[in-house]
Design a protein around this ligand. Sequence first.
Ligand code: UD1
Ligand code: CA
Length: 480
Amino acid sequence: MSQAPSRTVVVLAAGEGKRMKSATPKVLQPLLGRTLLGHVLHVASEIRADQTLVVVGHKADQVGAFVSEVAPAAASVLQEQQNGTGHAVRIALDAAPELSGTVVVLSGDVPLLRAETVEALLATHERAGAAATVLSAEVDRPAGLGRIVRDAKGNLERIVEAKDASPDELAIREINSGIYAFDAAMLREALGKLSTDNAQGEEYLTDVFAILAGEGHPVAIEVAEFAYETLGCNDRAELSRLRVLMRDRVNDAWMRSGVLLLDPATTWIDVTATLEPDAVVDQNCQILGSSSVATGAVIGPDSTLVDTSVAAGASVLRSHSVGAVVGPEATVGPYSYLRPGTKLARKSKVGGFVETKNAELGEGAKVPHLSYVGDAEIGAKANIGAGTIFANYDGVRKSRTVVGEAAFVGSDSVLIAPVEIGPGAYVAAGSAVQKNVPAGNLGVTRAQQRNIEGWVRMKRPGTVSAAAAERAADITPEQE
Ligand code: UD1
Ligand code: CA
């Protein structure tokens, strides 16, 4: 039985990307949940490469560290000086002398490329028995890109860089995407023959095609079905265009899978997030990181979920959530902030202007208005009155508060941790509670109210308050 030839992916990621004008290397710029390079490494994993080599150069430590983090099986190869794409691939192959089979070259700054397109390139490469195959694309504005020069029969003759091209060649609209498949041995041999005799004084990987074709080896072209997939980006304006293209692709896929996006143009879903059919996302929402939204849940308008899971039938209205778990049919918002460690059980409620952190709400528990709930466990059906503060920090350490099942905390209370409110206990409004309130007790800490008769008449004569008090006195029965 013959074995499938081994596949090595070489990702070119040594360039600086000067025009990004960023302290962050171009390939580490973020795009909907992954860096540019992260997207490319993901494609490498999807085509089941036996080996992935990433050529790093500019900020090699940082890019290399990223590679080991997201693709531990991949190896970084250092290209100290960026002497061109041919030089970069040569260095990668030198680092893997035993390498054979097929070499796929990907560019670290072409993040929209899909694995299916690389598979199509590989299929064409294998069907043609080619020494080298290039992924080309027909584009309206080829400026700056390498052009595919075909002979009279339509076969690939060579690839010419824009800076080296004649006016006739510049008129060609079929461009080189910078994505290729090669036979490893042929590639290695041709790379040894590259010169730097060109406008940029670099070793062009593209020259491998003219070398191999000139020696009579078959070379092939796969024209990309969707040209936009081959787009790279050099500055932030181009990056933002890629972001829009990827957003639309991601959103289309979710809508086709049954998710209702009410305004896809203002919905930004990271490629790492997931949604179930019949989930609803209203206008202006970001669903980021590892977030998930279950069926029947409603997100937005104006909500951001970061690493947050929202269960079936729950809603998150005009709120911001990071690292939270929103249980089935729970409701959040408007205008609330869920921070990491927030866990909302079934049918629990976080209403308006509430901040939670490390806080678990039991089934049906409610924090309806204007509260801070930090480091707390709130039992099922408990009710936390408006303006309650869980004072979890004494300036030195954080402590926990436990509120029992069906407890009732009156408005404007401060629960000073560590403290426990027992099941079914009440806290009188306006209390500052620092001793435990046992089950079924009423905890009250505020001073008794006293009224000073006639105070306004004596201390605030001539004010509107005094006048109102006077009128009220006129119609009060005791005064008759
Ligand atoms: C290259 C192609 C061009 C093609 C274009 C597609 C060559 C000579 N030209 O152009 O035909 O249309 O890509 O985008 O290959 N890199 C290294 N080391 C280097 C040089 C580049 O790792 O020494 C990396 C870059 O970081 C980048 C990729 O290779 O990820 C492409 O390099 P870039 O300079 O952007 O390509 P161009 O020269 O514009
Ligand atoms: Ca270049």
